[in-house]
Ligand binder design. Structure first.
Ligand SMILES: Cc1cc2nc3c(=O)[nH]c(=O)nc-3n(C[C@H](O)[C@H](O)[C@H](O)COP(=O)(O)OP(=O)(O)OC[C@H]3O[C@@H](n4cnc5c(N)ncnc54)[C@H](O)[C@@H]3O)c2cc1C
Length: 432
């Protein structure tokens, strides 16, 4: 049996970033993935000719880790308009980024969506968040301390009015964090705010799965095995680790890197290694996709809803086919709706409830939107409250030459997953 330099369990973005970093240092690497495709939580399915991402997500082109691992031009990104349209009492109010869309920002003030004091507070938050990211004071990957606030506490302490928090921060960042109570840690919020300010929210041509696909294409052939669930990792007395697959095969490597998602299965690792770690609970989401012959009037702008849940289930609404190419067949438009977590209705009622709410914003045309598919994602993002961040595994090293990777260790984002993979690879290289 040939001993590999490293086996990576899980081909999510963190596993792929780990592999890339090791291959660049001429290490022999094998990624074992339990499902039939790489990408983990970043996936896209073709349904009736449309590209359906497994939950609405965007790539922020300001992500520093993404710039290291991805070839932007060949992903052919399309970008959302900066800012958002906020649905409020049946109307759509524009909230723009005054640095990139100064005239639209004036419209935001004139429409009453942003009062002057809250506009000034946004400007101050922006400048502080950008400076904090640049000087390293805002780093959601760093271990948090017990003084860390929630996003809501941070916004209140900055003096934002409760109306503006309800109108903008709850629906916009509630959609990003998949929770509207804004209990996500303020470091994560400030970092994400800076990323939105520094760049654009993008979709790659043909769907989010283009990102992991590109990462795999840049690895040497044979580096990845799919449909290869790992069931056990054993310490070898001769040195290194034995990896046992569900089909009975046993592979051997000097080092092993395990995705935290895989390590959450307590039977995988030798006993006693993860006793100090409680895997975080998950936040879920649900995406409802529609097709339409007509492009919705929101075009490339994200719509977020600040309306009470009694008005309908929409959390946010976007038209990916208007933003990036390849999402819909020629002449068709694809609409994504993310559903609010506090919506209590049945799944079958969703398309009709969504059409009814969106009709008030876009008019009768919405009645012609045809339901394509509903996708529920129960394990989307690990909870990132200050308390749960303090329970993160303090180091990615479990034992000599056995490491963890994944967004559980950093922050639940594409940037966080790539950073976790890179850092695990650096540990492997140091330990060699
Ligand atoms: C709906 C949704 C919306 C999101 N929105 C955004 C967004 O807008 N912007 C953003 O930056 N991020 C977003 N994210 C977060 C981002 O997608 C994740 O943080 C990132 O993809 C996590 O990557 P990972 O490698 O850490 O974990 P995963 O992608 O979960 O990868 C773990 C891999 O391990 C495999 N595995 C598990 N057990 C085993 C085993 N025993 N053997 C072999 N393989 C195994 C799994 O199949 C999986 O492929 C979103 C995520 C979701 C789901």
């Amino acid at each position: 049996m040939k001993k590999l330099d490293c086996i990576i369990v899980g081909a999510g973005l963190s596993g792929l970033a780990c592999a890339r970093t090791l291959v660049d240092e001429a290490k022999s690497v094998l990624i074992l993935e339990s499902t039939d495709s790489p990408g983990g939580r970043v996936g896209t399915d073709t349904v009736k000719g449309f590209q359906i991402d497994r939950g609405f997500q965007v790539y922020l082109d300001s992500y520093a880790e993404g710039k290291k691992f991805l070839d932007y031009p060949s992903l052919n990104f399309g970008a959302f308009e900066p800012g958002a349209l906020v649905a409020h009492r049946g109307r759509l109010l524009p909230i723009s980024d005054p640095w990139r869309r100064p005239f639209a920002a004036i419209r935001s003030v004139l429409s009453g969506a942003v009062g002057v004091p809250d506009g000034l507070r946004i400007a101050y938050l922006r400048s502080q968040a950008l400076a904090g990211v640049r000087n390293g004071k805002i780093d959601p990957i760093a271990i948090s301390n017990d003084k860390e606030k929630t996003t809501r506490e941070e916004l209140i302490s900055r003096g934002f009015s409760s109306d503006f928090i309800r109108l903008f921060f709850e629906p916009f960042f509630g959609g990003v964090f998949l929770e509207r109570n804004l209990t996500t840690a303020s470091q994560v919020f400030e970092f994400t705010f800076a990323m939105f300010s520094l760049g654009s929210a993008c979709l790659p041509a043909g769907g989010m799965s283009a990102i992991p696909r590109q990462m795999v294409q840049k690895l040497p052939l044979g580096c990845l095995e799919t449909l290869a669930p790992v069931v056990k990792i054993n310490n070898m007395s001769a040195g290194g680790w034995e990896v046992v697959l569900e089909d009975g095969r046993r592979l051997w490597a000097e080092s092993v890197v395990v995705s935290a998602v895989a390590a959450a299965n307590t039977r995988l690792l030798p006993e006693g290694l993860l006793t100090a770690w409680t895997p975080p609970s998950w936040k879920g989401t649900c995406l409802v996709a529609f097709e339409s012959d007509k492009k919705p009037p929101c075009g490339e702008t994200l719509v977020v809803s600040s309306e009470p849940i009694a008005m309908g289930p929409i959390d946010n609404l976007s038209t990916p086919s208007a933003v990036a190419s390849g999402y819909a067949p020629e002449g068709k438009n694809l609409i994504y709706v993310s559903v609010r977590g506090d919506w209590q209705g049945e799944a079958e009622q969703l398309p009709a409830a969504i059409r009814q709410q969106a009709k008030a914003w876009f008019g009768a045309e919405v009645e012609h939107w045809k339901h394509v598919v509903t996708v529920s994602v129960s394990h989307a993002l690990p909870i990132e409250t200050p308390a749960s961040r303090r329970q993160r595994f303090p180091s990615n090293c479990l034992a000599p030459s056995l490491f963890l990777c994944g967004d559980h260790l950093t922050t639940s984002s594409i940037n966080g997953a790539l950073a976790a993979g890179r850092r695990a690879a650096e540990e492997v290289l140091r330990s060699a």
